[in-house]
Design a protein. Structure first.
Length: 269
């Protein structure tokens, strides 16, 4: 697990309950339980500060970092997508975005990666399509300095909605990835809810981190465009059951670690 991921997952999954702040010593210790070295964690934190995700803040003599308002917004949106029980009802319309590419290849690659994360599939040069309208679209594209135009409508042509989805996303490969991930999931019970905190936290963090990767590949496609026997919803339900079973012990471990990292072992913020 990369250091950046360990830090971002910690802030997104656990720190809203602690005022979005943690002492740096606590962040380092929690990342260590996921196999990340202290030096790598500190480097990741420094980069997140430079990128506007974290800001240094000292509370009661403890030096730490708080998620910025921008980071809080993005982490909340990611949290909703990770833990959603399933896709919402679909009205059958598609959101089409045309991006005017200006700048070097690196900027274009960043735009493409961001659109993929927001749930848009690449239809043609500068044209992206999603069954959902992303509320983050405008802010993300403007952050990249990209001009764009978008509209929602019913497509006309020889492709059915299901055929269009197959054109935009590699559904066989995605289904295989879901099945592979499912094989890594432990049974929710018995035993997970009684796992000791020091074991529950890294296990839950690893599983949620791996699940988070699907946000870059699957926009949460509606059932109307998916092939029969689609495994995504079944695997999602299993992941949510496992995450729920591990949550109390994992949260207790975070609470105790943050408390012990403060001067005098005081309560977390």
């Amino acid at each position: 697990m990369h250091a950046r991921s360990a830090v971002v997952d910690l802030y997104g999954d656990h720190l809203p309950a602690h005022g979005w702040w943690a002492p740096v010593a606590g962040v380092v210790r929690l990342a260590q339980t996921c196999g990340v070295t202290p030096a790598a964690t500190r480097t990741a934190v420094s980069r997140l500060v430079r990128e506007g995700w974290l800001a240094a803040r000292t509370i009661d003599g403890a030096r730490g970092y708080a998620a910025t308002p921008l980071a809080q917004h993005r982490l909340r949106r990611a949290h909703v997508r990770i833990y959603a029980p399933g896709p919402p009802a679909w009205d059958g319309r598609w959101h089409v975005v045309v991006v005017e590419h200006h700048g070097d290849r690196r900027r274009r690659d960043h735009v493409a990666a961001s659109l993929g994360y927001l749930g848009y599939g690449h239809l043609a040069t500068a044209t992206w399509v999603s069954p959902w309208v992303s509320p983050e679209l405008g802010a993300v594209l403007e952050g990249h300095g990209a001009a764009w135009t978008a509209w929602t409508g019913d497509p006309h042509g020889s492709r059915s909605p299901a055929e269009l989805a197959r054109r935009l996303w590699d559904l066989p490969a995605l289904a295989a990835s879901y099945e592979e991930f499912a094989r890594t999931l432990p049974a929710p019970e018995p035993g997970l809810s009684t796992l000791p905190p020091h074991a529950a936290y890294p296990l839950r963090t690893r599983l949620v981190h791996e699940w988070r990767k699907f946000l870059f590949r699957d926009p949460g496609l509606p059932a109307e465009v998916l092939p029969p026997g689609w495994p995504g919803q079944r695997v999602r339900q299993r992941l949510l059951e496992v995450a729920d079973a591990l949550a109390p012990s994992a949260g207790a471990f975070v609470e105790g670690t943050l408390r012990s990292a403060r001067p005098g072992g005081g309560p977390a913020a």
